[in-house]
Design a protein around this ligand. Structure first.
Ligand code: ATP
Ligand code: MG
Length: 415
């Protein structure tokens, strides 16, 4: 049997209703908060990600799906959305605007990771980006949209973790102190972190290996090293969250794997997901747009992992109850006549169906039940002769005889 590629998942019909619900909530809320949709390509030149995400991150080091195009140029399946959005915004001059540019996206991302519960090689993200202001209130708006998204989906027991990692300048001094602190303790770090010590020491703080967490327990704390403007900015964000009654907890270990993040950093976790507990994360990336040769522009965004969100959905999501009319046509004249009737029902905007696997009335009514039809419209040779149809309520089994030429209008009027 042919199977799908490791780490990729099919979304089957019974799960798709849930996905549609999640996507509808995302779209509706994004619109309510003033974010417009942007649809960016699934792959870009590798250079875009290499430049923006940073060479010492997990993504660029080992998770990208990179392949040569036929002309030899290097392409990469998008591992995240922000880089592509910024590329598109610059290419189409969307920053030439007097107002903050607020965009959202929904779609697949690709990372070569070890597949496990909540971690796949193709996964979906809902993300937003707000570009053009460093006002702490936009941080609050973005975080409140994220919080609202999870509330609207009924997710419980979530924790919002907040931190500030300052500006690139603030971090320089801190990283120096952190390295001094760790210099004598390198043997108590995992192999990865020993490497990070020289390439990306900040990331040692969010290493999940218990030994590393123990070793960094007493490490100096980044927010103590922030410049005054960064401290004020962070405090204003926290005050804003308090005003909106969004509960948060400070988390000094939250440093994010991506180099372009600055100042506000946040993450939302759930205790019901095991090891992969983060369902959404984001922060400011005031440095990124310039790295990609755009004008220096402050910006903030988040990305939510939708597979993890669907794992947490507890309430049964059912599609809106639009009644289904099953057309049960049989016999030499009944079947073609019923097929025409089905077509006119559908053209009139009525949800109609039949099943070509059944040819007897009994088999057709069984199919109607299987498909969850509220009504069946029965049409055999006798009905064609009399110009009538039988409308059967599938639950009560009540039947009514109606003129075939009036049935569509009667349904539209609600009988
Ligand atoms: P993690 O620590 O789980 O690897 P990350 O820092 O790599 O997360 P981000 O780049 O911040 O993740 O992506 C935002 C969100 O996308 C994550 O919080 C998570 O919910 C989701 N996500 C990331 N990688 C995967 C994956 N391989 N499979 C499913 N969801 C993912
Ligand atoms: Mg990761």
């Amino acid at each position: 049997m042919l199977r799908s590629v490791k780490g990729l998942k099919d979304i089957l019909p019974h799960q798709a209703t849930q996905w549609q619900h999640v996507e509808t909530v995302a779209r509706t809320l994004a619109a309510q908060y003033g974010f417009s949709e942007i649809r960016i390509p699934i792959f870009e030149f590798t250079e875009l990600y290499a430049r923006s995400i940073g060479g010492t991150t997990d993504i660029v080091e080992k998770e990208m799906y990179t392949f040569p195009d036929r002309d030899g140029s290097s392409l990469t399946l998008r591992p995240e959305g922000t880089a592509g959005v910024v590329r598109a915004v610059l290419e189409h001059k969307l920053l030439d605007s007097p107002t903050t540019r607020k965009l959202f996206y929904l779609g697949q991302m690709f990372r070569h990771e070890r597949p496990q519960a909540g971690r796949y090689r193709q996964f979906h993200q809902f993300g937003v980006e707000a570009m053009g202001t460093e006002d702490p209130l936009i941080d609050v708006e973005v975080i409140s949209l994220l919080w609202q998204f999870f509330s609207a989906l009924g997710l419980k027991d979530l924790t919002l973790h907040m931190n500030s990692i300052g500006t690139i300048d603030d971090r320089k001094g801190y990283v120096h102190t952190l390295k001094e602190f760790l210099a004598q303790k390198l043997n108590s770090l995992c192999g990865n972190c020993q490497r990070r010590y020289s390439t990306n020491p900040l990331r040692i703080l969010d290493c999940k290996v218990p030994l590393c967490q123990e070793t960094t327990k007493e490490a100096p704390i980044l927010i103590d090293y922030l410049s005054d403007p960064s401290k004020l900015h962070f405090q204003a964000v926290l005050d804003g969250l308090t005003t909106l009654e969004i509960p948060f907890s400070l988390n000094h270990r939250l440093v994010r794997g991506l180099d372009y993040y600055t100042r506000t950093t946040f993450e939302i976790t759930s205790p019901h997901l095991g090891a992969q507990s983060t369902i959404g994360a984001g922060g400011r990336y005031d440095g990124l747009i310039q790295v990609l040769q755009g004008p220096s522009t402050p910006a903030i965004g988040f990305a939510v992992g939708l597979e993890r969100v669907t794992l947490l959905l507890t309430e049964e999501v059912t599609s809106k109850p639009v009644p289904l009319f099953f057309v049960a046509g049989f016999g030499e004249r009944g079947k073609p006549s019923a097929f025409k009737l089905l077509h006119s029902l559908r053209k009139a905007g009525i949800r109609g169906d039949t099943d070509h696997k059944g040819n007897t009335l009994k088999a057709l009514l069984r199919s109607a039940d299987k498909l969850g039809a509220e009504y069946s419209i029965i049409l055999g040779d006798d009905e064609v002769s009399s110009g009538n149809v039988i409308l059967r309520n599938m639950q009560t089994k009540d039947q009514e005889i109606l003129n075939i030429n009036e049935i569509t209008q009667r349904i539209q009027r609600g009988f």
